[in-house]
Design a protein around this ligand. Sequence first.
Ligand code: ADP
Ligand code: MG
Length: 368
Amino acid sequence: MADTGSASVQLDGVHKRYGDVHVVKGIDLDIAPGEFVVLVGPSGCGKSTTLRMIAGLEDISEGELRIGGRRVNETPPKDRDIGMVFQSYALYPHMTVADNIGFALKLRRTPPADIEARVREVAAILGLGDLLQRRPGQLSGGQRQRVAMGRAIARRPSVFLFDEPLSNLDAALRVQMRAELAALHRDLGTTMVYVTHDQVEAMTLATRIAVLHQGVLQQVGPPMTLFQRPANRFVAGFIGSPSMNFVDGVLASDGTGPAFSGPSGLVVSMTHVDAGAMPAGAKLTLGVRPHDLVVGDAGPLRGVVRTVERMGWEAFVHVDVAGTTLVARVEGPLAARVDLGDSLALAVPDGVASLFGADGVALGRRRS
Ligand SMILES: Nc1ncnc2c1ncn2[C@@H]1O[C@H](COP(=O)(O)OP(=O)(O)O)[C@@H](O)[C@H]1O
Ligand SMILES: [Mg+2]
């Protein structure tokens, strides 16, 4: 496919207010040309509003937006060189697939022969070649979603904006379309800004994830950085499934360095964490992921299995340890055998847990 430009997108202290309602609270985000940035967060956190400001469908209350280095706050959507795909595809029902894909080009008075060539190119990329004469009503959900993407691609924008484009698809199709989107990004190399509430989509698609909570960016970074080094308790709980376990306790010392002291005699060595000048006894929250807990017959924590979620090769067990529920991942024969009421021992290995201060901010790691 002929050269598709790829532009940077920069948000500089961007706010959105609807009257007294402050929805987006000062977003700074620098997206390089060709990046795939996923803006993720719970429903209502301001994702769509942010994307619509980038698209030009909402005014920016304060701050600056640049696309390709140029301020576009006052630029109408059609002049921003963007392609958008929404959750609802809004295809024209009476038009064929080919006409739907080529419609924007027709509006721009592109010569018919060029439109036809472009539509064929786009259809080949998306595997729609045999469906060009059908109407949207004669397509499956996944095919319709592909046509919606084709419509955006045909214009060769330098930035794609996606707002929950896979939410209307069933689970299997979502997985397939996720893979196709990743391939599309590799092929086109165009900047993509993708909004979703689904952290799995964020983890699997993004070159960088930006986590939004109540209109405030919490952390921006590569997926594994957010997974392994969440900046705060919100990110720690939002990224990863099942969610990280949190246990409240205090700062202690185990002789070699900082330790976490929790309920029912739980003490975890935290020598990989920098407690700085924090005094012993300071309130902390321990965070440990289900797959990091070691499950066996012996261990410092003993508990009773209250829930088993069997996934096949692995299972997630909810273990009640003296009133605190911890979710642990078990695999193989144990996953098949584990049952309600079983007594299990749990251990937190050195170096895997996170600590959060009373303000929810993660304590730093020591350099090793
Ligand atoms: N036109 C509007 N007037 C007032 N509040 C709005 C308007 N549009 C959106 N909101 C509010 O802004 C917040 C963020 O909305 P939205 O960006 O759609 O969230 P998300 O896409 O993350 O689910 C929500 O609380 C929503 O109710
Ligand atoms: Mg939304």
